[in-house]
Design a protein around this ligand. Structure first.
Ligand SMILES: [Zn+2]
Length: 632
């Protein structure tokens, strides 16, 4: 998107609203160099109060100046810059306070009148970490912090973010170590000065710092280094077995074998293992922010469901950061993004995240198959909204619509289904490519042709829907435009890729190891494919399948199950009741539920027993799925 588009949007809106038009008075970004360098210093030492203190010098000329706080964040694909946590803004010039005025139609813009004789303004403010998760992401704890530059800087309106230079320094709590894609210029005690960088790359280069820190080489001896920088709540969580190390090193090599090229000069995984700092999964060009619970390494067997995270975020360096949908690539952080191609950006990354978890050994093959079975079930029976009113393409608007807020009926409303629905579409594409070429070509060829070009280059390389179609056609000629549009705009189940690859989805009364692990993690029970309900801890109803048996009996999310067939609630009691109702068809599953302050008994007339998804081989068809998941 270019500056002219913003100007025309303003014009249209002015004409439409006549004299009542009131528009944000913010200069559109121009592809011209910003004169001078932003100097941003962050004091990150106040871990007791969880406050980042910012001082920033912005070169300026006398007259109007608009400073912007980044709003549209790459990776979030949404206008979610945490401006509610910016406080204490004071602007000075020539040592005197200069008043600022927030734009009433764009609350991310601050207008200043720079006085005569001033050649710069001094800006001071604080960024306040959420104190608990109800307020947002907690990014500072007694043991670690996550510094994102979009939260601790303002930048001048009127320029492409890539045309603004920035010099930064951070003072860390005493003795802490850090990881980042930023390069160090110098250090003095706990203050680190970083090398100058373009503002758009700065925002793409966050920092994880911690009291307990470990930096591990994932590609020893390589010309292009890849490291993982780990911070943890306690040193004991930093223990990594030689086998775990090997698996994470495999991930790098498997990615290189797939793409045959990379788009960074060095890469740093930033990884937090914490119960206190909020989790994360956010991609960048030369790094990624990853956050899970403390036991990722030390309780390896319990954490199967989070083991595709690093593979997913790493894949984004190719898919999303280097190659990006043309409508998503914006010149600054305050120009609206359009998310129409997220089924490639996130959908194919979701696909490769699973496949690479398997190829590297992060998942054993049966773990990968169990994980895939759960996704398959979602797009077989778990998204009535897909059948009844929405399609995958429309869900690419969800980062703007819902901004990841919890939803009343997620299965019916749908939410960012371009991730896993997109994953299913790409599995289907893989089967089709193999069909069309007699197993000579596959989605590996697409990945290499589309994302693996121009080794070492990391300027954003944009694409359109037509470019995707063209690359597929180059591999195997076919009507790919119709093939993709049917799946993106249609309302059918999206699991054809399994049959094409020699497998089918079945349901039985035994949960897979992965389904069990998921239930252990949530402390509830997933009865989506039987009763049509998923339960959290203590009988809380998390989701009710639209028009499913529980829905028809009157259950809704937010209720709590108190008793089952006259006995106190437990997840086992519900499962036993489902099994009993399958044996004695006259007996419903009887639940005492609490709805606000009201108690009532609801009877679910369901007699088909427990149902959990599994993948099963189709006899006589070649097993392409195992081939896909096998290490290269
Ligand atoms: Zn992603």
């Amino acid at each position: 998107m270019k500056a002219s588009r913003l100007a025309s949007a303003i014009l249209v809106s002015t004409l439409g609203l006549g004299s009542f038009a009131a528009l944000a008075d913010v200069p559109a970004p121009q592809d011209i160099p910003f004169d001078g360098t932003l100097k941003i210093s962050v004091d990150a030492t106040d871990i007791a109060h969880r406050i980042f203190r910012v001082r920033e010098v912005v070169p300026a000329r006398p007259g109007p100046l608009t400073l912007l706080y980044p709003q549209w964040l790459p990776g979030n694909h949404s206008p979610t810059g945490p401006i509610d946590k910016l406080a204490g803004l004071v602007v000075k010039a020539n040592g005197k306070v200069v008043p600022w005025k927030r734009d009433p139609l764009n609350v991310y813009a601050f207008h200043i009148d720079v006085p005569q004789g001033a050649s710069e303004v001094d800006v001071a403010f604080q960024f306040l970490s959420a104190q608990d998760t109800r307020q947002g992401r907690v990014v500072m704890t007694p043991e670690m912090l996550n510094l994102q530059w979009n939260t601790v800087s303002l930048y001048p309106a009127g320029y492409f973010a890539s045309r603004i230079k920035a010099e930064t320094s951070v003072t860390f709590p005493a003795g802490w170590q850090f990881g980042s894609a930023l390069e160090v210029a110098s250090r003095s005690g706990d203050t680190v000065q970083f090398k100058p960088i373009d503002y758009d790359d700065l925002v793409d280069s966050p920092i994880y710092a911690g009291k307990y820190f470990k930096r591990v080489d994932l590609d020893p001896g390589a010309k292009t280094p890849v490291f993982i920088n780990i911070v943890a709540d306690d040193p004991k969580y930093l223990e990594i077995t030689p086998e775990q190390l090997k698996i994470h090193q495999n991930l790098v090599q498997q990615m290189y074998k797939l793409y045959g090229a990379h788009h960074y000069d060095h890469y740093d995984f930033l990884f937090s293992l914490s119960e206190k700092m909020s989790g994360n999964g956010l991609e960048h060009h030369r790094s990624s922010e990853n956050g899970v619970g403390p036991g990722y390494f030390t309780e390896w067997d319990k954490n199967v469901t989070s083991r595709d995270l690093l593979a997913h975020e790493y894949n984004h360096s190719w898919d999303g950061k280097y190659r990006r949908g043309a409508d998503l690539s914006t010149p600054s952080f305050n120009v609206p993004m359009q998310d129409s191609l997220l089924w490639v950006y996130e959908g194919q990354t979701q696909f490769w995240g699973y496949v690479m978890a398997a190829r590297s050994g992060l998942w054993k093959q049966d773990e990968a198959l169990d994980m895939l079975a759960n996704v398959a079930a979602t797009y077989d029976k778990g998204r009535p909204g897909l059948e009844q009113w929405r399609n995958i393409q429309d869900t690419t608007n969800d980062p703007v619509i819902a901004m990841r807020r919890p939803l009343p009926y997620r299965n019916y409303q749908m939410s960012e289904d371009y991730y896993s629905g997109g994953q299913m579409i790409w599995l289907d594409v893989d089967g089709k490519l193999r069909d069309l070429t007699g197993d000579k070509r596959s989605i590996d060829d697409f990945a290499r042709a589309f994302f693996g070009v121009k080794n070492g280059e990391w300027d954003v390389n944009t694409y359109t829907f037509e470019d995707v179609v063209k690359t597929l056609n180059d591999i195997a000629p076919y009507d790919w435009a119709s093939y993709l549009r049917e799946r993106l705009d249609g309302h059918g189940p999206l699991i054809g890729g399994f049959a094409a690859n020699g497998w089918k989805l079945v349901y039985n009364d035994k949960p897979s190891a992965v389904s069990k692990a998921l239930e252990t993690r949530t402390g509830g029970a997933n009865l989506t494919y039987s009763l049509g309900v998923s339960l959290g801890k203590g009988g809380d109803i998390i989701d009710v399948l639209w028009d499913g048996p529980a829905f028809k009996a009157g259950l809704s999310p937010g209720m709590k199950i108190i008793a089952v067939n006259g006995k106190e609630y437990s997840s086992d009691a519900v499962k036993d009741a489902v099994t009993a109702a399958a044996k004695d068809k006259s007996q419903p599953v009887e639940l005492l539920v609490k709805n606000f302050d009201e108690y009532k008994t609801l009877r679910i007339d369901y007699h088909d027993g427990l149902k959990y998804p599994h993948l099963e081989r189709i006899a006589g068809k070649p097993d392409r799925l195992s081939e896909l998941l096998k290490a290269r």
